[in-house]
Each structure stands twice: as structure tokens, then as C-alpha cells.
Design a protein around this ligand. Structure first.
Ligand code: GLN
Length: 484
């Protein structure tokens, strides 16, 4: 029996190379785990039928003496990343039977390494949401408390890792969709620098914000996945190279800036604040310098995001019209087909964002909303650049509260507020990582008295400084009592 609970990518690599178990045995162990858990947690929309074949060819490569960090490593892939020949639905009705005709660049890279794709994972419809409650295929449950959400929109990918149904995963992060669920479920999730990972073959949402990001059990594994998928790509002109941003090195005394105004804002749970303060004290005891920083207009980031993101999404989604591919509804006229296909094919939240997006881009409102949001975005970029002259990292909690009960948040705004700490990194384009920072005991859980729900700490660094994030991340992980 392979001990999946304590297995990491690093350990699996060593075991595969040492022939302690084969890639087929490892893949089978994950398939068994999926078999016993997927029904309840609703993580995979599809488990691929060629998993063992993929594993067999990984074994053949290992037998030939080949080795790469992800050869034979079973991964979960979010349902908005194209894998040639596989269905790709973005957890939406409108793309329910769409079959990908090419591989996303990240998939090409992972195939080269010989990673195993276990299946495609559940998410919010078109990656809009923070709980997977917007999926057309049911909600993904939090493995720490199945009456609660897993977070989103990459909920399936995150729970796959958190409940030993994959060793690592890919999600997409436009406003926090890898980091937020990672924090809700107690694993590591990362949004790289904008452009670090090619978006080619990722369903476009907010093109100036979208990033494919890795998730894993620890920082080291997250780094392994990021290294495998990053790199400039001729098929995505926004990708960066190692020299796009000047190399930054850590200050003599590691300096962490905290925007306390934001952390102490109303609406941030007291237990979250306590946990975060405790984490900062621990980092200080490890020799880090913690300073108070104020970032002008950071409180406007959420509003800016919820203008820019719907604006870009409404434009991107206009290509899905019921005519060329995906779900097509009946109708007498062209317009009937168009209206019925989009009306029935897209979920409620997606339709809401398309309406908001088209509104803020429309003549007469463009300057008041979209134009203004872009100006604030430019100001925030400058503010961050200034802040990173003085500090190595900006730290905040990842989430303002623990995972909520399924169905509890009925108005969209209360759900948008969950993104308060994560969206700025997307607006500014800097890399950010969420690392488990302990648990919060939740009252009022009669059936699960004493149950604890995970919390996360987020570190942001300047453009291109992922390596520094891994360094501080590993340091933070070394604080053992974080996990109590
Ligand atoms: N919660 C955010 C939203 O609903 C994040 C989405 C994402 O990162 N894909 O827009």
C-alpha cells in the first residue's frame, strides 16, 4: 500500500526512480482513492480512461533511465485547460460536449516531462466565483467539513490535492481562484507573475489578469510544478522571459510589509486577524523584519477588479455564441438561437458578469467605469512598485474568513468580498503564494464539535520574484506549530 497521505511529489519521484513502486501502481492507488471519495466530494468531472496507459508509458521511460521531476506523477487539471482529445467544459452547460482540438502549452510541457493526467476537475462556471457553487455540475465539498464549500473557482483541483486524489494540480487564478480554495482546504496555491506561464489553451476570462497556477501539499512541490510549466511562449505574446524584469535580491534583513489598514478592516474575521498576527510574530522570531506599510487606494482594488474582469470576460465570452461550437439551443431566428443558447448555456453568475461587463464598456459609461478602473489600476501598480523598494514581501491573510456553508452566501457581493486580499496581485501582475497558516475553530458545528477549518497566509513579491516567494514560503513552513 502506498501511503498517499504522506506522499509528496519529491518523495514520489525518489520512490519511482528507486523502483519502490511503479508509475502504474501509483496511478492505480490514486484511481482507488478517487473511486472511494469522488462521489461525495465532487472533485473530478471526468476521470480519464487512459490513466493507466499514460502511467505505463511513464514506466517505460523510467525503465530507459529517463528522469524528470514530474515523470509518472499524477496530476489533476482544471476543466478550463485544454487537453487534446478530451472534453473541456469549463464547468458550463454551454461547452458541455466540447472536445479540445489541441493541447494548452502547459499540457505540452507536462506531457514532455511525462506527468500523468488523472482527470479534469470541477470549478465555477467559466471560472467565475469563489466556491464552485456556480458549477453546472454541482458543488465541490470541503474535505475538512463537507457541509462547507471548498472555495473556487479551482475548487476541484484544490480538493483533489487536499484529499489525496492527486499529488499536484493546475488551476487558474484571475482574482484568487488558486489561492483562495488552497487556503480554505489547507494546501499551498500559487499565482505566478503575469506572463510567467503561457495562457495558450487556457479558456480566456480576464485576459490581462489570468494566470495558470500550481497547487500542491507543500512549497517545494509547488515550485516543481511551476518550474515545469513556466517559460516564454511564441503562442502567448504576453509571456515573459527571465530577463523581462530586473532580478531582485532579498534585503540583508528579510523585510515583510503588512498593510495593517486592510488586514484590520471590518469584515475580516477576528480569528483570521489573530492567526495572521501570530504568523507575523513567528516570522519575526525567525529574524524577519515586519513593517507597517500603507498602499494608497488598495481598498479600491476590489471594485477595480469587478469592473475590469467582467469587461474582459464579456468580450472573451462573446465568441461562445451557440453557432460555432458548444451548446446550441433551438430558435426561429438567428437572434433566438443566440439568445436561447447563451441564456440557457451560461450560468446565472456568468450572465451577470456579461451584463456588467458590457455595461461598463458601453459608450457613455466607459469613462465613468472602465476608464476610471484602468487609471486606478495604473496607480496601484506604481504604489506596489514603490512599496517593493522598501520591502521584500507584502503579507496578508489569504482569506478574510473560513470556508462558508454551502448555500450560505446568497448575494453575489458577499462572495466577492472573499477576494479582498487576493485580487490585488492580479491587478498589479505580481506573484503571490498562499501557505497554510493553521486552523480556526468554528463554533456552532454541533455535528462536528471541535472541528477546525484551515486558514492561509499570503505573500506577494515583486514581478518575477517567484524564487523569493518559495524561499519565504519554506521558511514559513519550518514553523512547525503553524499546523496545530
Ligand atoms: N472569485 C473571483 C471571481 O469570481 C476569482 C475568479 C478567478 O480567479 N478565476 O472573479
Amino acid at each position: 500500500m502506498i501511503d498517499l497521505k504522506n506522499l509528496t511529489i519529491k518523495k514520489a519521484r525518489q520512490a519511482l526512480d528507486a523502483k519502490e513502486f511503479s508509475a502504474v501502481e501509483l496511478a492505480q492507488a490514486y484511481l482507488d482513492e478517487i473511486n472511494s471519495k469522488n462521489k461525495e466530494l465532487n472533485v473530478y468531472l471526468e476521470v480519464f480512461d487512459d490513466v493507466l496507459e499514460q502511467a505505463k508509458s511513464a514506466d517505460e521511460r523510467i525503465a530507459k533511465g529517463e528522469s524528470s521531476p514530474l515523470l509518472g506523477i499524477p496530476l489533476a487539471i482544471k476543466d478550463n485547460i485544454l487537453i487534446c482529445g478530451k472534453t473541456f467544459s469549463s464547468a458550463s452547460i454551454i461547452l458541455q460536449n466540447y472536445v479540445a482540438s489541441y493541447d494548452a502549452t502547459v499540457i505540452v510541457k507536462l506531457k514532455k516531462q511525462g506527468a500523468i493526467f488523472l482527470g479534469r476537475t470541477n470549478m465555477d462556471d467559466s471560472a467565475m466565483g469563489g466556491s464552485t457553487e456556480n458549477s453546472a455540475y454541482g458543488v465541490t465539498k470541503n474535505p475538512h467539513d463537507t457541509s462547507r464549500v471548498a472555495g473556487g473557482s479551482s475548487g476541484g483541483s484544490i480538493v483533489a490535492v487536499a484529499s489525496d486524489m492527486a499529488l499536484g494540480a493546475l488551476g487558474s487564478d484571475t482574482g484568487g481562484s488558486v489561492r483562495e480554495p488552497a487556503a480554505f482546504c489547507g494546501i499551498v496555491g500559487m499565482k505566478p507573475t503575469y506572463g510567467r506561464v503561457s495562457r495558450y489553451g487556457l479558456m480566456a476570462l480576464g485576459s490581462s489578469l489570468d494566470c495558470i497556477g500550481p497547487a500542491a501539499k507543500n512549497v517545494e512541490d509547488t515550485e516543481i510544478i511551476l518550474n515545469a510549466i513556466s517559460g516564454s511562449d511564441i503562442l502567448d505574446s504576453t509571456t515573459i522571459t527571465d530577463t523581462t524584469y530586473p532580478k531582485v535580491s532579498m534585503k540583508k534583513e528579510i523585510t515583510i510589509g503588512v498593510p495593517w489598514d486592510l488586514v484590520n478592516a471590518k469584515g475580516v474575521d477576528e480569528k483570521v486577524k489573530e492567526n495572521f498576527k501570530y504568523s507575523m510574530e513567528k516570522l519575526q522570531s525567525l529574524g524577519c523584519k515586519v513593517v507597517d506599510i500603507s498602499i494608497k487606494n488598495i481598498d479600491m482594488a476590489l471594485a477595480v477588479y469587478y469592473i475590469i474582469m467582467p469587461a474582459e470576460a464579456s468580450t472573451n465570452l462573446s465568441r461562445i455564441d451557440g453557432m460555432r461550437y458548444g451548446y446550441s439551443a433551438d430558435g426561429k431566428t438567428f437572434w433566438d438561437v443566440y439568445k436561447n443558447s447563451r441564456g440557457k448555456g451560461f450560468g446565472k453568475e456568468v450572465r451577470r458578469r456579461i451584463l456588467i461587463g458590457t455595461y461598463v464598456l458601453s459608450a457613455g459609461y466607459y469613462d465613468a467605469y472602465y476608464g476610471k478602473a484602468q487609471k486606478i489600476r495604473a496607480m496601484l501598480k506604481q504604489e506596489f512598485a514603490k512599496a517593493f523598494e522598501a520591502v521584500d514581501f507584502i503579507a496578508t491573510p489569504t482569506i478574510p474568513f473560513v470556508a462558508w456553508k454551502i448555500g450560505e452566501k446568497t448575494d453575489p457581493l458577499s462572495m466577492y468580498l472573499a477576494d479582498i486580499f487576493t485580487i490585488t496581485a492580479n491587478i498589479v501582475g505580481v506573484p503571490a503564494i498562499s501557505i497554510p497558516s493553521g486552523f480556526s475553530e468554528v463554533e456552532g458545528l454541533p455535528a462536528q464539535a471541535g472541528k477546525k477549518l484551515p486558514l492561509g497566509i499570503q505573500f506577494m513579491a515583486s514581478h518575477g520574484a517567484e524564487e523569493m516567494l518559495f524561499e519565504i514560503g519554506k521558511k514559513f513552513e519550518s514553523i512547525k506549530d503553524n499546523q496545530e
